[in-house]
Design a protein around this ligand. Structure first.
Ligand SMILES: [Zn+2]
Length: 489
């Protein structure tokens, strides 16, 4: 079908069913048996997998095995460069470059034409994954969501990002872009405008920002950000003393480096020393809040822009693991305040990788630093308790240290319940139980997946995303996910 006809057909279709809550779209399909709970049951999947597997076959597999009614894929993948050597592009088996932009772009929507980010010779650069996915998904009664993870590290892949760099406590350009730089704001305005206007058939959109704030960065030995003129102007409006905040962040950096790199033992204890720095430089707390609020402002701008273009697009946010396993980061991220600019929140509950990930985090920041006054025998259960988990129901630290060990389904339940209670129906909560993640040897069983999914549903979530990525999941565990969904009453 020609793209123009396809879009026209879908605009007509969209208008015809606009009166129905979108969550019920999939009930039009005969695939889902009468009586099965019609909530969002989705899966994230990378575009290359869809192309390699074949979109119709991938969708058939998702529906039949995992009971999936919503598929979500990346429109842009610049963020993956952050994790590659020399920030290189993805390549195929023959070494050919794969595109970072999986949708067709319209130059009319870009403040700078080069922000379209297309390399015509790159593989898949001539295709549009969202159009192709929608064409195959709609007849199956499936919805299509797009997603983007913020490529916040300056890799050289997106022109101009060097000019939008954060400024650190030393007055130097940092490695990341600043949320408040007008150029960076303009970049996202362009990308979102094109994505939403050029894909009127899109059912949903998710954006993720996987970066941590200045306090934890300082404790980890980095120079805190952002002291650029745009952030300084915002700080002034809030009556924050930037000089005190800057000196405070430097003191935290010195404290963290002294303990973790040089083995220093503070005379008055670890916790008191940390809190003393805060008492001496109270504006550092306001600086953390300003940075965190700047991240929320990015979400608010996107929400407003998307809703103005197409109010039917369900807009949600990726709540990544880092927002859940750290106590200080949690302090500054309150789900209960997000409802006014969120249709839904995707809560990462990767019960396999959380074992090693949170252990590393605990060992670095809590065992050695913030809870350094106590032995791990006491501080690890304390850490879990403060995260709202029951140390009696989770593996002990030694187990995590011996081998990759998953958290229990109670972790999934507690994390989901925390979000459900906090948003209090001002947004939907879609849990994302992740399992079978590459690089983690947890050997997750059918029963573990079944239990995790069931407990997420028992916590009252409004929907589920299956796994971190569909393409990572073992077939028997995808089936466990689907069976838990089908059997849940
Ligand atoms: Zn800034």
């Amino acid at each position: 079908m020609e793209r123009r006809n396809f879009i026209k057909k879908n605009i007509t279709g969209l208008a015809g069913i606009a009166v129905l809550p979108k969550i019920y779209y999939s009930s039009k399909s005969n695939f889902f048996p009468t009586g099965e709970k019609q909530m969002l049951i989705g899966t994230p999947v990378i575009p290359v997998y869809l192309y390699e597997k074949g979109i119709p076959e991938a969708l058939r597999e998702m529906q039949e095995i995992g009971r999936i009614n919503t598929v979500m894929t990346f429109s842009h993948t610049f963020q993956f460069r952050q994790y590659r050597k020399n920030f290189g592009p993805m390549t195929d088996a023959a070494g050919k470059e794969i595109t970072d932009v999986f949708v067709k772009t319209n130059p009319a929507y870009y403040q700078r034409k080069e922000w379209q980010g297309k390399k015509p010779d790159a593989r898949y650069a001539d295709r549009d994954i969202l159009d192709e996915l929608s064409e195959a998904a709609k007849p199956r009664g499936m919805n299509v969501y797009a997603r983007i993870l913020e490529p916040y590290v300056i890799t050289g892949a997106i022109p101009g990002f060097e000019d939008f760099a954060e400024i650190n406590t030393g007055g130097e350009a940092g490695k990341n872009v600043c949320f408040n730089h007008p150029g960076y704001i303009g970049y996202w305005h362009s990308v979102v405008e094109d994505l939403i206007r050029s894909h009127p058939h899109l059912n949903g959109f998710k954006f993720g920002q996987e970066r941590g704030g200045p306090i934890m960065g300082s404790l980890g030995g980095e120079k805190a950000t952002c002291f650029c003129k745009h952030c300084l102007a915002l700080a002034k409006k809030r009556d924050i003393n930037a000089s005190i905040a800057r000196e405070g962040m430097k003191a935290l950096q010195q404290f963290g480096t002294g303990v973790m790199k040089n083995g220093e033992v503070p005379r008055d204890g670890f916790f008191v020393s940390f809190f003393r720095i805060i008492s001496q430089y109270p504006d550092l707390l306001s600086w953390e809040k300003l940075w965190m609020d700047s991240r929320e402002e990015q979400r608010k701008r996107m929400y407003k822009q998307i809703k103005a273009i197409n109010p039917l697009v369900e807009v949600g946010w990726h709540i990544d693991h880092g927002l859940t396993w750290d106590l200080i980061t949690r302090t500054f991220n309150d789900y209960s305040t997000m409802g006014s600019y969120s249709d839904w929140l995707s809560i990462a509950v990767y019960f396999d990788s959380i074992g090693r990930r949170s252990r590393n985090h605990y060992e670095k920041f809590y065992q050695k630093l913030l809870f350094g006054d106590a032995s791990p025998q006491y501080s690890y259960p304390m850490y879990l308790s403060m995260l709202g988990l029951d140390p009696e129901k989770e593996p002990v630290l030694e187990e995590h240290q011996k081998k990759d060990t998953p958290f229990s389904s109670e972790y999934v339940y507690n994390e989901c319940l925390r979000a459900v209670k906090a948003v209090n129906k001002t947004a939907k909560i879609y849990a994302r139980p992740g399992f079978d993640m590459p690089g983690y040897n947890c050997n997750i069983s059918y029963q573990q997946v079944y239990d995790a999914v069931t407990r997420a549903l028992e916590a009252g979530v409004d929907g589920l995303w299956c796994g971190r990525e569909w393409n990572e999941i073992k077939p028997e565990n995808a089936k466990a996910f689907g069976d838990a969904v089908r059997n849940y009453k």
